[in-house]
Design a protein around this ligand. Structure first.
Ligand SMILES: Cc1cc2nc3c(=O)[nH]c(=O)nc-3n(C[C@H](O)[C@H](O)[C@H](O)COP(=O)(O)OP(=O)(O)OC[C@H]3O[C@@H](n4cnc5c(N)ncnc54)[C@H](O)[C@@H]3O)c2cc1C
Length: 452
């Protein structure tokens, strides 16, 4: 076994700890404008923070000002096909309020902790149903924001190019205080599971993709199995839930993270730990196979709220997206990569690797599926020791395979990864950012390193 010195740059296991000089909680847009205009009282960088649930240092204000949007917490108006919301509202709160009215967002994430402000300006890829709608920000039709100079502006879908940039702006072009999102009537979704070996998955891949379904994958790289979760909108179906599905969901969402932690701490011997983890993943696959008959539910029912502080969730992951056409062979390489890594360092991730199929979506400059249909790969863990180092090597694997990262959900990113993945788009965004914020009022060291 090779001895390994940690190379991770994250000081804490999330690597996102903040040490701002000032923390402010504005109640309206005028207060935001005053904060931005007064650099002496509110030192740069001023970084907007919603739920502080990002997996990177994107929201970090270094030693500057942390602008918490929590007091902007009102749902302002349900209009025909749209909802107007303040930026600090949590997506979970919004999704539940919509469901009470028989409505929903066109996409519903698995977790409701994120704020609407962050949803609007970051890339949050989701298992998608159609082209042009593969990340949460694509549901946004209007944003009101305060520029670094304290000026109030409103941007709508009519300003298509500006909207595309804002949907990827990560708080670097202004502080968003109000957002309008597209909404739809609640639709029943039929969910079922099919479990395959990697070889079977490759054989059936074309058929799996041809179905009109949102696809979420659960991958066990060591037992070389993949469970395909299909979500099919079925207007005729009536909502039903099987007991086995409830059990499976509970295992996936509650028991596995907690179990992973105790396996990691109690069974310190890597070989024993690996055997137990393989057994747990097999048992999980069995519940999924038995749930293959399917259930019908509304999207808001699969969304859950995690603890208010991200580190308490005991769940962390990192996202890269890869060309859909090559995904089966990429999975084989990923499985081989995980085995080789384990052989060398005696480390394997405690949780199954997630994945989502993303349709092509050009509504955001840094959309991972900007160039075409993609599938994500999301190594997941309970935050145990070794994960950060694993991600450094995984990033090299992912970047070499032509992967696209995100700025808020891909950990241990380097400038090289960003310029390889986004090239001209990163240069364009950097130039625009420098022009709109020449004094770097909103730029932190994380983005200075990655984009400038
Ligand atoms: C345990 C865990 C599970 C997760 N599960 C999921 C999941 O299932 N699905 C999913 O999609 N994501 C998931 N995420 C990722 C998370 O939803 C995203 O990272 C999201 O961006 C976090 O939202 P936030 O409000 O905490 O943003 P923050 O971390 O507070 O901010 C994110 C970025 O947006 C900027 N920003 C925030 N608010 C504003 C504003 N008002 N104006 C301008 N800029 C702003 C910040 O400056 C920063 O750059 C998970 C994260 C964790 C830790």
């Amino acid at each position: 076994m090779a001895l390994r010195e940690t190379r991770s740059r994250g000081a804490d296991h999330y690597g996102t700890r903040q040490h701002p000089q000032r923390v402010v909680r504005p109640r309206n847009q005028d207060e935001i404008a005053k904060i931005l205009a007064d650099a002496r009282a509110h030192p740069s960088p001023v970084r907007s923070v919603g739920a502080d649930y990002s997996l990177t240092r994107c929201a970090s204000s270094d030693a500057g000002t942390s602008l918490n949007t929590g007091a902007l917490d009102k749902i302002l108006d349900f209009d025909d096909g749209c909802v107007r919301v303040q930026a600090g509202v949590r997506v979970g709160t919004l999704v539940r309020a919509l469901a009470e009215r028989g409505l929903e967002l066109p996409l519903t994430p698995e977790v409701g902790n994120m704020s609407v402000g962050a949803l609007a300006v970051t890339t949050l890829p989701q298992a998608s149903y159609q082209e042009g709608l593969a990340q949460m920000a694509s549901c946004v039709t209007e944003m009101k924001l305060i520029t670094p100079q304290g000026r109030q502006i409103t941007v709508t879908e009519r300003d298509r190019d500006l909207m595309r940039v804002l949907r990827s702006s990560h708080g670097l072009l202004g502080v968003v205080h109000e957002v309008v999102l597209r909404i739809e009537t609640l639709k029943p979704v039929k969910i079922d599971y099919q479990n395959y070996s990697l070889a079977e998955f490759a054989l059936r891949y074309a058929k799996i993709l041809a179905q009109p379904a949102a696809l979420r994958l659960h991958i066990a790289p060591f037992s070389e199995r993949v469970t395909v979760e299909r979500r099919i909108v079925d207007h005729e179906a009536s909502v039903s839930r099987s007991g086995i599905w409830q059990i499976r969901n509970s295992v996936m969402r509650n028991v596995l993270p907690a179990f992973g932690t105790s396996v990691g701490s109690v069974l310190a011997t890597p070989g024993l730990r690996a055997a137990v983890l393989t057994g747990v993943h097999r048992a999980l696959n069995a519940t999924q196979s038995r749930a293959s008959r399917g259930v019908v539910m509304h999207a808001h029912e699969w969304m859950r709220d995690l603890p208010s502080e991200a580190w308490k969730a005991r769940h962390t992951y990192s996202v890269w997206a890869f060309a859909q056409a090559d995904f089966p062979s990429l999975l084989q390489s990923y499985s081989a990569f995980c085995r080789a890594y384990y052989k060398k360092y005696r480390y394997r991730c405690h949780l199954v690797t997630g994945a989502s199929r993303l349709h092509r979506d050009r509504n955001s400059l840094f959309s991972p599926s900007h160039a075409g249909d993609m599938v994500t790969l999301e190594p997941s863990s309970t935050g145990e020791q070794g994960f950060e180092d694993f991600l450094i090597d995984f990033n090299e694997f992912a970047s070499a395979a032509g992967g696209k990262p995100t700025f808020n959900q891909t950990r241990a990113l380097t400038t090289e990864h960003v310029s390889k993945a986004f090239g001209e788009r990163a240069r364009l965004f950097g130039a625009l950012r420098r022009r709109t914020d020449p004094l770097n009022r909103l730029r932190n060291s994380y983005f200075a390193q990655l984009l400038d």
